[in-house]
Design a protein around this ligand. Structure first.
Ligand code: NAD
Ligand code: UDP
Length: 312
């Protein structure tokens, strides 16, 4: 049994991670400020003697004795991370400093949830970890992209300077149950709009691409990375599903699977919206012997089922 701290533990990925870690027999401290996460996501764990829920903001120091830290605290949807962009930078940067300081003091291993956004609007396709990216430093997405890039820098420097045991994962677009109905990202938006019979909001011409990973595949990979005992393997490592779709194809699939009568309406493309995104997962295949198993349609069916129950 390990003692594990999950920051951002009440969010979409964090709450599912808490579930898995508890099922695997660990003690979990879930830390969250409930900005985009919700107590509802972990309410079934409250009362479990192996689970603690802490209201805390990672921009402030925190102390607990744990063996591992998963650092997930940060709004991830463009509408939420752009709502208070200064706070988003503080969360990524000061959150990383506070959690790395904690890991250093208590000698814990710490994993950073980085993102494919650090590649910006990529000029290399698909994106390997060796690609340095194409990021606007002063745009509306920069608070998230640059915050996450600086967090990676801090992780590497704490590792080189203080021997902190780190792992960095770069997560590509992940979806599934426990996404908030108002999360604002594309999969949940299209499903919720379809189930409610509302217009489906397609930004731009819908020819931009993303590669969608189902949550179960990500959880398996992130736990394998954390528990990888080769301390020379620290990442960054891409975790995503390499199957690439245009956003129009995604809309058509969701329309077909829900049987909705909703119509597609075209809206302006937000600034700096990446034109293409697809992970090169060779490194993850080689190091943790992993590749995603869940195909887009199967994952969408499960996610649609989840939202049908939530929206009742
Ligand atoms: P989410 O918004 O559901 O979860 C983020 C959680 O962090 C929420 O519970 C939120 O309340 C909490 N949080 C935000 N600011 C905080 C702060 N200052 N202090 C404490 N808690 C705070 O998003 P998610 O999809 O679950 O993302 C989790 C992590 O994974 C994020 O770091 C995100 O950048 C990263 N990530 C996610 C994806 C994806 O496709 N889902 C892709 C790349 C990276
Ligand atoms: N998108 C869209 N309609 C929506 C939400 C998003 O067409 O209601 C598009 C968005 O412009 C982007 C893609 O879908 O091209 C993925 O957007 P999301 O916010 O999910 O993630 P990210 O852009 O961070 O990959």
């Amino acid at each position: 049994m390990k003692r594990i701290l999950v920051t951002g533990g009440a969010g979409f990925i964090g709450s599912q991670l808490c579930d898995r870690l508890i099922k695997e027999g660990n003690d979990v401290v879930c830390l969250d400020n409930f900005f985009t996460g919700s107590k509802e996501n972990v309410i079934h764990l409250i009362g479990n003697p192996h689970f603690e829920l802490v209201r805390h903001d990672v921009t402030q120091p925190y102390y607990a004795e744990v063996d591992q830290i998963y650092n997930l605290a940060c709004p991830a949807s463009p509408i939420h991370y752009q709502y208070n962009p200064i706070k988003t930078v503080k969360t990524s940067v000061m959150g990383a400093i506070n959690m790395l300081g904690l890991a250093k003091r208590i000698n814990a291993k710490i994993l950073q949830a980085s993102t494919s956004e650090i590649y910006g609007d990529p000029a290399i396709h698909p994106q390997p970890e060796s690609y340095w990216g194409n990021v606007n430093t002063i745009g509306f997405r920069s608070c998230y992209d640059e915050g996450k890039r600086c967090a990676e820098t801090l992780f590497m420097d704490y590792h080189r300077q203080n021997n902190v045991k780190i792992k960095i994962i770069r997560i590509f677009n992940t979806y599934g149950p426990k996404m908030h109905p108002h999360d604002g990202r594309v999969v949940s938006n299209f499903i919720v709009q379809s189930l409610k019979g509302d217009d489906i909001t397609l930004y731009g011409g819908g020819q931009q691409t993303r590669s969608f990973q189902y949550i179960d595949d990500l959880l398996e990979a992130m736990i394998r990375v954390m528990n990888n005992t080769d301390d020379t393997f620290i990442g960054p490592v891409n975790l995503g599903n390499p199957n690439e779709f245009t956003i129009k194809e995604l809309a058509d699939k969701i329309i077909a699977l829900t049987g909705t009568k909703s119509k597609i309406v075209y809206k302006d493309l937000p600034s700096d919206d990446p034109k293409q995104r697809q992970p090169d997962i060779t490194l993850a295949k080689n190091i943790i012997n992993w590749e995603p198993k869940v195909q887009l349609e199967d994952g969408l069916v499960k996610t649609i089922e989840y939202f049908r129950n939530v929206l009742i």
